[in-house]
Each structure stands twice: as C-alpha cells, then as structure tokens.
Design a protein around this ligand. Structure first.
Ligand SMILES: *[C@@H]1O[C@H](CO)[C@@H](O)[C@H](O)[C@H]1NC(C)=O
Ligand SMILES: *[C@@H]1O[C@H](CO)[C@@H](O)[C@H](O)[C@H]1NC(C)=O
Ligand SMILES: *[C@@H]1O[C@H](CO)[C@@H](O)[C@H](O)[C@H]1NC(C)=O
Ligand SMILES: *[C@@H]1O[C@H](CO)[C@@H](O)[C@H](O)[C@H]1NC(C)=O
Length: 515
C-alpha cells in the first residue's frame, strides 16, 4: 500500500514538472510585442461595417439595400439570419462610443450605409435623418478624441441600382458612386480626414459574381449553379467598374475637397499571403500568380495605372481594358493602401498539373488552387472560418510584398482578427485567450515588417464587437466585445481588456495570463 501522503507528494511533484514544462513551451512561443515598438502617431483602432452592426434597416427614411432584399429571401443565409437588427448600433451608438473610449483606440473604422444616405441612389434625394445619424457618431467620437476612418462603400448598395441597371456590372454605377462619394465629402469631410472609397472589390466580386453566394447571386458552372451570370467574366467587369468609380471619386475629392479639407483617401483590398505548396519553380510561380490575380489585380491599377502584366498574359482580352484617360486617372489615385489580412494559403500550380479542379484550371483564377495543409500537416490552428488558419508570419510576408511592389506607399492594416472554431457559451465566451494570442502574434509580425521598412501607419482589429458575419450569421464571432443577441448587451472579452492595456503600453503579462 502506498501512503496517501506519498501519493499526494508525488502528484504535486508531477504537476510542478508539467507546469514548468508548459511554462517553458509557452515562453518559447510567446511573441514579445508592445506599444513602444510602434511610432507614437501610429493608429490603433477597431473596425466594423454598416450592415453588420447598424440594424434599423427600414427606419428614418432608409431605403432597401441589396443585403436587405437578399437576406429576406429564403435559404440565402445561415438559418435565414439577417442584419435587420444586427447589433442595433443605430440606437446604441452612444454606448458603443463609450466602449471605444474605454478601449483607448485613437481611431474607429466604420462604413456608411449608402441606402441610408441616398435611399434611391442618384435617382432620389439625400435622406437628412441618415446624415444626422452619421453626424452624431462622428461628432461624439471626436469629442472623445477618436478619429473617424470612414469606408464609403462596404458591400451594401441601394437595391434600386441593382434593379435599374445591374449595379457594378454597368458603367452607370460609376456615376452613382461618385454622386454618393460627393455627398459624403460634402456632409462629413469637414471632420472626416481618412477615407476609404470601397472595401474589398476582390472579395465582393468573387462572392457576388463568381460563386454567386452574395447578392445579386450571379455565376455559372462549375463555380455555382445560378440562374444567370458568367463566373469567368463578370467578376472582372464588376471590379473594373469599381476601380474606375474609385478613381473618379478621388479625382473629385482632390479637386474640390482635399485642398480645403486636407484629408487622405485610399481603397481597401483583401490580401492573403501564399506559400509555395512544393519546393519547385512551379509552386513559386503559383505564388506569384496568386498575388497577381488576387491582390495586384486591385492595387496595381491604383498605383501603376493598369492591371498586372501576368493577368493580361493569362486572361487576355477577357480582362477589360482601361482607356488612356482612365489609366491616367487611376495611376496614383490613392494616398494609402488599406489591407485586410487574415490568413495564409499554400498555392498549388494548376498550369503544369492536372490535379486541379475545373475551377482552378481557369485563366481568371490564375491556374492556382489553394491548400491549407501539406502532407497532412496544417499550416496553423484552424479558426472559425473554414480555411482560415492562424499563420502570423503571413503578416510580415504580405507586407514585404507590398514594400517591393508598391515602394514608399503608406499602408493601413484595416482588418485583422480571429474567430474561434466553436461557438462558445458562458464564461468561455468571454475568456478568449486564443484571440489575444492571435493579435499578439500578428502584431509582432507587423512590428518585424516595419523594422524592415514596411510603411505601415495603422492597425485595426476586426472587429470592435460580434456582428452579422454576412452569409455566416451571428455565430461567427470576431468581436473584442461579446454581444448578447437577446438583450443586445455588450460585454468586454479579455481581448478587449488586453487591447486596452496594450494600447496604454501597460501590458502586464501577469494580469492577463494566456494559459
Ligand atoms: C517593449 O519592448 C521593447 C523591446 O523588446 C523593450 O525594450 C521595452 O522595454 C518594452 N517596453 C515596455 C513598456 O514593456
Ligand atoms: C442547376 O440547377 C437546376 C435548377 O435548380 C437543376 O435543374 C440542375 O440540375 C442544376 N445543375 C447542376 C449541374 O447542378
Ligand atoms: C516617399 O514618400 C514621401 C511622402 O509621400 C516623399 O516625401 C518621399 O520623397 C518619398 N521617398 C522616396 C524615396 O520616393
Ligand atoms: C449558435 O450556437 C449556439 C450554441 O452553440 C446554438 O445553440 C445555436 O443554434 C447556434 N446558432 C446558429 C445559427 O448556428
């Protein structure tokens, strides 16, 4: 018989060993990052977008947006969830501004609901109550020393523009976008000094016109089975109209507003990083093409005035052409590039291999397939978005790409964030250690990139609070704040407290331990 006391001592000893072991591993993985590694004038903020948080979808004169109509059709979204109420930010914005103040952020990235300001686009009047709502937000943020960082268009458009002429597929949309942008500059530009014209044309056009899972649900086989559309051509046409719309709005801003208002303007694209799937030239070329077809597709025209030559080489005449005048308008049409970075993929070459699907074997996909694991080994921890893994060094690599391709161009990381793989309830819901680890590790990689010369001016965590995650609904939770869907109560997660401490440069690893 072993004495109970001996057993106890043995167990204490064992747990001490385990503790030392865990602590040791933990310290090895711990990313060292703090506020002082970033310049004093660096922006630390949080992001949201109008449709994902506002709710009040038919209040105070707002018109129907494409998302209002789309989410009300059966079976389009997870369990038929929609943004009718979302976070009810429309009514709770004062409380939310208090929470921004608590976080200590010096900027907040929000977007403007087009159909709240112009319910019928350029075919109707400005809605004064919509303007008032954003005036209230902007004024109250500024009172607390929080700078508005405003996206003019983040996925939602007045349904009327879809019904009249097919929105982004038509060059008529350029006129509507410029009209909307002009109203925004006129009404808010005296106080808003940082503008984003359009959010993620690359992602939006893929889902709306290639896979057909966003409104207006256009696509063709094998990408999806829609009633109409052309997955090979329409994403390219829609993005083309978005880019020209951007350039025309920027010309207007620079001529009529910037001299007086003194703000800056950019465009946001989504940028994943890509790693070669195999260690051969074909995989490296696949990486190059992935960047060209997903990132440079959007940013090259804004900086260099035309699409990347690699795209022209593979896509040929299916890729729309800019006129001489449009090229002039586009070249240098941004004061900064906004980058939404979440994850990294392996790039598989499909040009010299027949292992790829019919989708990946298309010129408009750059003849590249994506993988998230190699030899059964995933690249990083899986998150709550299928295919998104935690790969912090991707942040540094993606910024290296920008430094090389767009030298001396200012960059804001306009989105970066983490969603847990399982929907968590109760106290687990608030104890989001993995989200803290995620931000720490990605910020450390960002600091590395900046040390090596990346010209990054700010970082926005996605998201300020849990919100309506497009097709995925409310169980995909990216928030630093948890939102109770029944009561609309917001609760600070540990990550909110961590971010606050980080920004105050008072990070004490002892107060918020991550294990
Ligand atoms: C932040 O990190 C740097 C570099 O590791 C270190 O020198 C500095 O003391 C740290 N500052 C704080 C406030 O922890
Ligand atoms: C596409 O959808 C139509 C109508 O629902 C159906 O008849 C057809 O079989 C589908 N095609 C494929 C390839 O799934
Ligand atoms: C980089 O940009 C800044 C401001 O835009 C400018 O003053 C500077 O001359 C540029 N440097 C180089 C090397 O182009
Ligand atoms: C969200 O998660 C909760 C808890 O796991 C579950 O009860 C609920 O059905 C989920 N909702 C959706 C829309 O998946």
């Amino acid at each position: 018989m072993v004495q109970p006391k001996t057993l106890l001592i043995f167990f204490l000893f064992l747990s001490l060993l385990l503790f030392i072991e865990t602590k040791h591993n933990h310290e090895e993985e711990e990313e060292v990052v703090n506020r002082s590694m970033f310049p004093d004038d660096f922006i630390f903020g949080v992001s949201t977008s109008a449709y994902q948080v506002e709710g009040a979808y038919l209040e105070d004169g707002k018109g129907l947006s494409n998302w209002d109509v789309f989410t009300h059709l059966p079976a389009n979204t997870v369990r038929g969830q929609n943004g009718d109420v979302a976070d009810d930010h429309y009514h709770l914005y004062m409380e939310d501004i208090d929470k921004l103040e608590y976080l200590g952020v010096n900027a907040y990235r929000l977007s403007i609901s087009w159909s709240r300001i112009l319910p019928r686009g350029r075919f109707g009047e400005v809605n004064p109550k919509g303007v008032l709502f954003y005036n209230n937000i902007i004024d109250n943020m500024l009172l607390k020393g929080i700078e508005p960082f405003v996206t003019i268009n983040h996925f939602d458009i007045p349904q009327e523009l879809e019904d009249r002429y097919g929105s982004w597929l038509s060059p008529q949309m350029q006129e509507d976008f410029v009209h909307f942008a002009k109203v925004c500059f006129e009404k808010f530009g005296d106080r808003v000094k940082k503008w984003v014209t359009i959010n993620e044309p690359n992602i939006y056009t893929q889902f709306a016109y290639m896979y057909g899972t966003f409104s207006p649900m256009r696509c063709s086989l094998p990408f999806g089975n829609c009633s109409a559309g052309n997955s090979d051509l329409e994403p390219l046409i829609a993005a083309h109209n978005m880019l020209i719309s951007h350039a025309k709005a920027v010309k207007l801003y620079r001529e009529q507003f910037q001299p007086k208002q003194g703000g800056i303007v950019g465009l946001v694209a989504n940028a994943f990083h890509y790693e070669p799937y195999t260690d051969d030239i074909f995989s490296y070329q696949a990486v190059e093409r992935s960047y060209a077809f997903n990132v440079a597709w959007i940013f090259d025209p804004l900086i260099h005035g035309d699409y990347p030559p690699l795209m022209r080489k593979y896509v040929g005449n299916d890729l729309p052409k800019f006129s001489k005048q449009e090229k002039k308008l586009l070249k240098g049409s941004v004061d900064f590039l906004g980058v939404n970075h979440y994850t990294t993929f392996y790039a598989i070459d499909c040009f010299n291999s027949d292992e790829c699907t019919l989708m990946d074997n298309r010129p408009n996909r750059g003849f590249v397939a994506r993988a998230i694991a190699r030899d059964g080994i995933p690249m990083g921890d899986q998150t709550g978005v299928s295919g998104f893994q935690v790969v912090p060094h991707g942040m540094e690599k993606v910024l290296n790409y920008f430094s090389m391709r767009y030298p001396n161009t200012s960059i804001y990381i306009t989105e970066n964030g983490y969603c847990p793989p399982n929907h968590l309830e109760g106290s687990e819901m608030l104890h989001d250690f993995k989200r803290i680890e995620f931000h720490k590790a990605y910020l450390a990689a960002l600091a590395n990139a900046m040390r090596k010369g990346a010209k990054v001016k700010g970082y926005f965590a996605w998201s300020f609070m849990d919100n309506y995650e497009w097709l995925k609904g409310y169980n995909t939770t990216f928030g630093l704040y948890y939102v109770d869907r029944r009561t609309m109560q917001r609760k600070a997660r540990l990550s909110a407290k961590w971010y606050k401490d980080f920004i105050e440069n008072a990070e004490k690893s002892s107060t918020i331990s991550t294990f």
